[in-house]
Design a protein around this ligand. Structure first.
Ligand SMILES: [Zn+2]
Length: 95
């Protein structure tokens, strides 16, 4: 994980806890609480590409300063955060 996160943000000081879970839920997630950030990956989606996607969300500050309204959160996720993470995951391009 250290090698992958250095590609995104070499000076990063984020505390990220990652966990490889045994189930095949079909999803991966990032989490944020007072202790720091977390990445949950499991099943068929436990690969470096998905790790890059989730790391990008954290290291590009997608989980910080979220809008207060549900509409704002949804719009930010769908039209800003998720497309950027997908482009990084697919092409390695940081926007
Ligand atoms: Zn995502």
């Amino acid at each position: 994980m250290r090698k992958r996160r250095k590609l995104i943000d070499p000076k990063n000081n984020y505390n990220i806890i990652s966990e490889l879970v045994p189930y095949n839920s079909g999803v991966s997630r990032t989490l944020k609480d007072e202790a720091g950030y977390g990445i949950l990956i499991g099943g068929d989606f436990a690969n470096v590409s998905v790790l890059d996607h989730e790391l990008y969300h954290i290291l590009d500050h997608h989980l910080d300063n979220f809008p207060k309204t549900e509409v704002g959160k949804t719009l930010k996720y769908l039209y800003w955060a998720e497309p950027q993470a997908i482009i990084y995951q697919a092409f390695g391009i940081k926007l």
